[in-house]
Design a protein around this ligand. Sequence first.
Ligand code: 5RP
Length: 220
Amino acid sequence: MTTSQDDLKKQAAEAALKYVQPNSIVGVGTGSTVNFFIDALATMKNDIEAAVSSSEASTERLKAHGIEVVELNNVADLPVYIDGADEIDEHMRMVKGGGGALTREKIIAAVADKFVCIADQSKVVGRLGRFPIPVEVIPMARSYVAREIVKLGGDPVWRQGFVTDNGNVILDIHNFDILNPVQLEQQLNSIVGVVTNGLFAKRGANIAIIASPDGLQFME
Ligand code: 5RP
């Protein structure tokens, strides 16, 4: 029997339960892999205090399971944040934001003590950047930011018809030759009008749970 990509996502998601600390608040990411994690978290909902959520979609799913969602501003201590990725390299640097939730994801990741990345093996890459880098932009700055990104060597494509949970737009940057992900993350952030970008290099994952047909691999 072949293992589907969804089976692998589910395996990685369920394995992340062991990093959830009893009686604590859990940081929850966004995406199809995280949806499996939310479903798994529901089995231990009475053991946790609450969740903080990185998107309206995750909030809705958490609440549907009867898991309380609290505002990040009211949380001082967040032991763990669990989220997927579009790409992850051997240094635990990631590209995220395929689902457009990158800004709230990056904020919660900054607060959390530990970032646990859950993914199937297709997300593991030798070098970041084949997946286009999402950049969240204030709407009136879209064209200016796009021109500045071209100067950095990328090809920005407006994700048409998509508005983030923060009311902003996304530019997906194709064809970046990423030699130094930390430097590029900083360069993108310094363009006026950019809210955040999907390179999670400065603050990467602390643990990655990668599922393949051969089993689970834990990277630290
Ligand atoms: C959403 C994200 C997701 O973590 C990323 O897109 C991976 O999603 P999936 O688990 O559906 O493959 O960054 O903004």
